[in-house]
Design a protein around this ligand. Structure first.
Ligand code: NDP
Ligand code: 8X3
Length: 250
């Protein structure tokens, strides 16, 4: 059996880091990206340069993205799976009090960079009849207070995934949108600017989704027989559910 290669963005923490471990353990080669070079180096130290190739760059930097693709060693140049995972939420304030710079960073990362990454890798994925797994969120389907632009970026990811499916019809390339709910990673630390207490409080007593749960889901999807495509998959902790419309009486 030929060894397959997965490119996992946002591999330095959370879902991405767990997905690297899952795929390396399953015998795949992994290209791991993120900004924090020292965390990427640890992956190479742990698994070896023949199993993990890393490239440290800001995914919003299109020139750096192109350079990373151009620098892929021959063994990693054919990509069977792209996991578009790098992303973030910034802020929890309502739109009228939100920081525009944070909105732009979310759009640049979750939307523009994800589209650029996909655009660049599509020829390779078509050549290998590969697969794309996009990490969206329940925030793209269910509005909540303070979700404003973050939720909108994830609605883009979900719809882009479905539109890719249509355009890639007949190529054999599979596309999936994974839409997780509350998961304990570094996500809330990043969202709150490093407030560990806020993160701990949010997840306390919930038994949230773990990064390993999402990695297992990606692994399952990637290893389904080629005639099956999971279009969308929404996952929540059992202790989370969607509720309610609000009414303001003036
Ligand atoms: P983490 O904060 O733990 O991980 C985010 C990853 O994204 C890091 O590896 C980070 O790497 C990378 N990243 C962020 N910005 C950039 C950038 N500009 N360039 C390159 N890499 C970047 O969060 P999660 O694992 O939870 O998040 C992963 C994905 O899952 C995100 O898209 C998030 O929106 C989504 N999600 C999360 C949920 C949750 O509740 N946790 C639920 C639903 C979806 P580095 O900082 O090293 O660059
Ligand atoms: C992260 C899930 O509900 O915290 O995308 O926005 S949520």
């Amino acid at each position: 059996m030929t060894t397959k290669t997965a490119w996992i963005t946002g591999a330095t923490a959370g879902f991405g880091a767990a997905t690297v471990e899952r795929f390396v353990a399953g015998g795949w080669r992994v290209i791991a990206s993120g900004r924090r070079a020292e965390r990427l180096q640890k992956l190479v130290d742990a698994h070896g340069a023949d199993k993990v190739h890393t490239n440290a760059f800001d995914i919003r930097d299109e020139a750096a993205l192109h350079a990373a693709v151009d620098a892929l060693p021959p063994a990693f140049a054919g990509v069977d799976l792209l996991v578009n995972n790098a992303g973030l939420a910034l802020g929890t304030a309502p739109a009228q009090r939100a920081d525009l710079a944070q909105w732009k960073q979310m759009i640049d990362t979750n939307v523009t960079a994800l589209a650029a990454m996909t655009h660049l890798l599509l020829p390779r994925l078509i050549e290998r009849r590969g697969a794309i797994v996009n990490i969206s969120s329940i925030a793209g389907s269910y509005p909540y207070q303070g979700g404003n632009v973050y939720g909108a970026t994830k609605a883009f990811v979900t719809q882009f995934s479905q539109n890719l499916r249509v355009d890639l019809h007949g190529t054999g390339v599979r596309v999936t949108s994974i839409e997780p709910g509350m998961a304990e990673t570094e996500f809330t630390l990043v969202r709150t600017g490093g407030d560990q207490a806020a993160s701990d409080t949010l997840y306390a007593g919930v038994h949230p989704i773990t990064a390993g749960d999402v990695a297992d889901t990606i692994w399952w999807i990637a290893n389904l027989p080629p005639h099956l495509n999971v279009n969308r998959i929404e996952i929540m902790p059992t202790n989370q559910s969607a509720a309610g419309l609000q009414v303001h009486r003036g």
